[in-house]
Design a protein around this ligand. Sequence first.
Ligand SMILES: Nc1nc2c(ncn2[C@@H]2O[C@H](COP(=O)(O)OP(=O)(O)O)[C@@H](O)[C@H]2O)c(=O)[nH]1
Ligand SMILES: [Mg+2]
Length: 250
Amino acid sequence: MVAGYVIIREAHLSAAAGIRKRTNTMAENKPKIIELKEKIIDDNDADAEVLRDELRGSDTYYVNIMSSPGSGKTTTLLRTAQMLKDDFRIGILEADIDSDVDAKTMLDAGIDSVQLHTGGMCHLSADMSRQALAEIGTDDHDLVFLENVGNLVCPAEFDTGAQTKVVILSVPEGDDKPLKYPLMFTVADVVLINKIDAMEVFDFDMNRVVENIHGCKAGIPVFPVSAETGEGFEPWIEWMRNTVNEWRAK
Ligand SMILES: Nc1nc2c(ncn2[C@@H]2O[C@H](COP(=O)(O)OP(=O)(O)O)[C@@H](O)[C@H]2O)c(=O)[nH]1
Ligand SMILES: [Mg+2]
């Protein structure tokens, strides 16, 4: 095992974040940015099991959110955190290759968040999760969501140590994506079909996508939602709440 390290620095608003028009920079939240470095670990799967035991010890439920860029991870997390904030102390880890826009979105909404930079890596390993969880603090959070790097390939191959893997597929991406990226839908525990408010504009068949998802992993829950309007969120939120509470009761 090669020693890894974590550098923390206060973020200056990045060039990417600066694209957004800002009127009052004095009052803005500046996310803490954590530069993650990958340790070379022989067996990431075994390390992920160790992390799950550690999280059991600290009574922290860890959820890995995966999808393509733009399918709605940040928007979904924002609404999810707002709907679960009275049940759990929520923290959000925002992974990205660069920029701090997603963590800033959370902080602006009053949700605890740190931005993770992966140094160009297209996924997070269990050890990178461990570094990030240590920074956000497992004592202060019962439920931590990871917004993984936007990508339907690499993140599927790396167990982050999360107890639940959520995959988001959005309507504009098409109902055939489970056929093209089967590993992602095989490792998923639950799938959200986001942007259902745009169903009329796209040739997207809800029955067909559920069939395609269940062809990868039989019987997993699929929730059609709109993170924009909130449609369909109640069943998803109830599922998440029950899943965490059942785990905590064990
Ligand atoms: N119409 C519609 N747009 C959405 C929905 N969810 C997210 N978006 C938009 O899709 C874009 C990407 O969303 P974002 O949450 O940043 O995706 P991420 O890259 O996966 O984090 C933004 O312009 C969102 O406003 C939705 O349910 N319906
Ligand atoms: Mg995002």
